[in-house]
Structures are given as structure tokens and as C-alpha cells.
Design a protein around this ligand. Structure first.
Ligand code: TXA
Ligand code: MG
Length: 343
């Protein structure tokens, strides 16, 4: 009877032996399956299959120029995707340190691509995800899986199976339901370079943790200045489907406290504004997210999906504190509000 109350697509798999076997078989047969990771849900397909890749790009409506991250289950497999023997000793040492400190985990490394891999790009992006069910599927497949976030291009990334269904229902072969993602924000993407390791996309791993692991200063992301080394940074991203959206400082946002339909901010900001200005109208949607950057990140995409589902669809996001621990969240908020890439 529950099936009638909560209709679920037959392709919603659970992380049991049967579900894992089914996901693996689909991937072996060049199907595309949404898988949970510790960052966000990814849309997986066999990375060396042009058919599977075509399905991923079509399902997501993703621009062809935006390359995918390859996912594997151990460092040896990861290093084999790079032109490892032609890397300098410095870069080999950096790779070893990074793999030891952060894999499996939310770090994506871009380095020169192995000559054996067919690609139009001179580099490849590689990551080992942490979530057990997905690691197990990678192990059983024993080939790399390309995995962009499992959302329609431009929309917020999914942090639950329900989010995947919101934009990809009917466009993919299956979803492995692994619950809510622990991190809720994408991996940090870095590029191995001779002079300095560069952050191409801020993410769950903070720059300071990379400095510490490498015993050198990594180069921080210069948001929207200079040439783009990570093609994906050029496109509109993470945008909820609302009529109006703005990212404002706390004081700017306060002006709209009683009038705007949806308000997303740290809990402490919401509490302070409520004290100063009184309660918001009962019909308005007020989403108070955790005060710290990790907790806020975990709840952010769910809040963006909630805002777009709300019938009145004007949305104000309040800028978080101005320090490095918030850089990745701030990047996503700016992009969600269309502040970057000239849109
Ligand atoms: O946390 C994550 O990284 C998630 C999970 C599923 O692993 N994946 C993810 O993929 O966020 P996607 O496709 O949404 O973002 C991948 C980013 C894009 O900005 C893309 O341009 C960049 O990685 N990228 C991929 N290959 C690259 C390369 N060879 N050089 C530079 N950037 C690359
Ligand atoms: Mg994405």
C-alpha cells in the first residue's frame, strides 16, 4: 500500500546486493545511473564508452565543451589515467601526498592525460569518491566512471535521490538511493602545475588543508578573472528556477525582510533580523541554514530546490562571512544568483 502513497520509479535502486548488481550491470552495458557520493549525486557512465558519454551529455543537456571527471576506486587506477611517467618528480610527490591525505574523498585532480586515452584535451580530471556503495560499484565495474553531478545543466546539484528525480526523471536508466549526501557540495578541483598547484573550483576541501598536505601554498581561485582553466566555470550553474533571485549583504537583505517570498541565510542572521524587525509574514518561506560553512553547504542545494518549489518565487540569499572557509559556498551562491559568467 505504501507504493501507492509514495509512488517510486522502478529504477530507484537500494544499496543492497541486488541493487548494486543491477547498477553494475547497467553500467557494464553502457547505461547511465545516478550514484550517491559524499559530495553530491553523480550521473555515472562508462568513461571509455562514447555511447555512455553521449547519453550523459544528452540527459543533462550539458554543453559539449564541458569535460567530465573520471572516477576510479584506488590511487593506482587514478595514476594510470595520468601521463604519470612524464610527470616531474615534484608532481609525482605532490600526487602521492594528495592521494594519501584526501582519497577517497572530495578532491579532484587535473593533470596531463595518459597518451593511451582518447581525448581532445591535454589533461584529465580524476577523483576517488568515498561513499561505500559507489566505491563498491566502481570496484565491480573495474573501469572508470565519468560522473558529472546528476542534475540538468544549470540547475542546483542533487544531494538526495529525490533531487535527482526533480530534473532527470525519465532521462536516465536508474538511481541508486544512498540517502542524503554527507558533504552536499562538490569536490575541490585542483590542477597540478609545475610552479604552483592551482585551485580551479573551490569545494569541500579548504585551501588551507591543501597547503598543509603539500607543505606549500596552493594558488587560490581568482573568481572570474583571467583565462578559465576549468571549462565548467564558464557556464551558468546551480541556479534554482525562481523568477527573481539576489545575493545581498545582510543590510541590503534587511530591506526586503517583510516582503520577499523566500529568504535563505545562516540561522544566526535570521534570528538577529527577526529580533530587529519582527517575524516575517506567516505565508513567507524562511530557510535558516546551519551557521558553520560545512553545515550550511550540506543544506544549501536542498534549500534552493525548496525555494523553487514554493509558489511565490522571489528569492533572497544572504551573503555569508567573508573568509576562506566560506569560499566554496560563496562561489555557489554567486553562481546561483547569476553573478558570475556574465549572466
Ligand atoms: O563532487 C564532484 O566533483 C561531483 C561528484 C559527482 O563527483 N562531480 C561534479 O562534476 O561536480 P561536474 O561535471 O558537475 O563538474 C566537473 C568540473 C567542471 O567544472 C569541469 O569543467 C571540470 O570539473 N573539469 C573536468 N575535466 C577537466 C579538465 N580536464 N580540466 C579542467 N577542468 C575539468
Ligand atoms: Mg555540476
Amino acid at each position: 500500500m505504501n507504493a501507492l502513497v509514495h509512488p517510486q520509479p522502478s529504477y530507484l535502486l537500494s544499496p543492497t546486493e541486488a541493487g548494486i548488481a543491477q547498477a553494475t550491470a547497467l553500467l557494464q552495458n553502457e547505461g547511465i545511473v545516478a550514484l550517491p557520493t559524499e559530495t553530491v549525486y553523480g550521473l555515472a557512465g562508462k568513461a571509455e564508452s562514447s555511447l555512455a558519454l553521449k547519453k550523459i551529455y544528452e540527459a543533462k543537456n550539458r554543453p559539449a565543451q564541458n569535460p567530465l571527471i573520471w572516477h576510479v576506486h584506488n590511487p593506482e587506477k587514478a595514476f594510470a589515467l595520468f601521463a604519470y611517467s612524464s610527470l616531474s618528480l615534484t608532481n609525482k610527490n605532490r600526487l602521492t601526498r594528495l592521494a594519501t591525505c584526501f582519497w577517497p574523498g572530495p578532491l579532484t585532480i587535473v593533470a596531463p592525460i595518459a597518451p593511451t586515452i582518447k581525448s581532445v584535451l591535454p589533461t584529465i580530471a580524476v577523483r576517488i569518491p568515498k561513499t561505500a556503495v559507489t566505491l563498491e560499484i566502481l570496484r565491480r565495474c573495474d573501469f572508470p566512471l565519468a560522473m558529472p553531478s546528476a542534475n540538468l545543466s544549470t540547475r542546483p546539484s542533487p544531494t538526495s535521490a529525490a533531487h535527482v528525480l526533480k530534473t532527470l526523471d525519465g532521462r536516465i536508466d536508474a538511481i541508486m538511493d544512498g540517502g542524503v549526501c554527507d558533504g552536499g557540495l562538490e569536490s575541490t578541483v585542483i590542477m597540478l602545475d609545475e610552479a604552483r598547484v592551482k585551485i580551479l573550483r573551490p569545494g569541500l576541501i579548504e585551501p588551507a588543508a591543501l597547503d598543509e598536505a603539500l607543505q606549500e601554498q596552493v594558488s587560490r581561485v581568482q573568481a572570474h578573472s583571467g583565462p578559465l582553466s576549468s571549462p565548467g566555470q564558464a557556464f551558468l550553474h546551480y541556479a534554482p528556477m525562481v523568477q527573481n533571485i539576489a545575493l545581498l549583504s545582510r543590510d541590503e537583505a534587511a530591506v526586503h525582510w517583510s516582503s520577499v517570498a523566500t529568504f535563505i541565510a545562516q540561522k544566526r542572521v535570521i534570528d538577529a533580523l527577526a529580533q530587529q524587525l519582527g517575524a516575517r509574514p506567516a505565508s513567507a518561506m524562511t530557510l535558516a541554514l546551519e551557521d558553520g560553512p560545512l553545515g550550511f553547504a550540506k543544506q544549501l542545494y536542498d534549500a534552493l530546490y525548496a525555494a523553487e518549489a514554493y509558489k511565490e518565487r522571489d528569492l533572497i540569499l544572504v551573503s555569508p562571512p567573508n573568509n576562506e572557509a566560506w569560499a566554496a559556498v560563496k562561489d555557489r551562491l554567486s553562481r546561483a544568483a547569476g553573478r558570475l559568467c556574465g549572466l
